[in-house]
Design a protein around this ligand. Sequence first.
Ligand code: NAD
Length: 266
Amino acid sequence: MKGKVALVTGSTSGIGLAIARTLAARGCHIMLNGFFPAQAGQTPDQQGQALVAAMQEEFGVRVAYSAADLSDPEAIAGMLSGTVEQLGAVDILVNNAGIQHTAPVEEFTTTQWDRIIAINLSAAFHTIHHAIPHMQRQRWGRIVNIASVHGLVGSLHKSAYVAAKHGIVGLTKVVALENAANGITANAICPGWVSTELIKRQIEDIVEREGTSFEQAQHDLVTAKQPLPNMTSTEQIGEWVAFLCTEAAGTTTGATLAVDGGWTSQ
Ligand code: NAD
């Protein structure tokens, strides 16, 4: 996959950043996308350029950054054309960006529902819609959608997230079928608990509330859903994505890969 161009949405932190780093380590040129937390004296664009410079230095590949807000279809179109203009192609597309909001369905506001569906589902339609013609012309492409166990099963208070993730699993299957003869594969990865800053903060809250150790709180949180007591690391997700982009995975398409410690085997 050396020399391929990969666009990874939501790659300024967490799973997306690990995927971008894993693909860069395999020699892919990378288009980064996502937001940054407000930082005194630095604009988001400056933070983006700092990450670009650091990754170029570390991996010796070309890296660019798009600040496109994925809730805006026009910004997505601009990000796709920007990827082709700046990096020359779009060979690998990883739809990773996602947000969460929890509330019982009757308390979910229309704004919260619409935003989750826009970012977690519709954005992937728009990126795929614009990337597929490029992939079809070159008769090679890899699309990897980061869904969730919530693309396979439900959980309380996550109506929009679960609906969007089930939607992305369906979208993946249709894109795979439509492009089966075009050298393009489309697959969805469905992680259970992944060790990210967000989850770490959730565990720290439990520690503070219940006075248990970090290890105990993490164990209790994970095993409430997963038989296997370890969280998946962001790097492990990166490795799955990289494998799906190899020729060895060339006949894997339309698949939903549970990386969930047995969560959905129950
Ligand atoms: P994260 O919050 O660390 O990363 C989300 C990324 O998306 C960030 O780069 C953020 O800037 C970007 N983003 C958010 N809204 C955006 C917007 N409107 N436009 C552009 N970029 C935007 O989260 P994460 O835990 O790394 O999650 C990444 C993906 O993995 C999500 O789709 C999430 O649903 C999925 N997932 C996470 C877990 C987990 O346990 N962390 C489990 C299963 C699935």
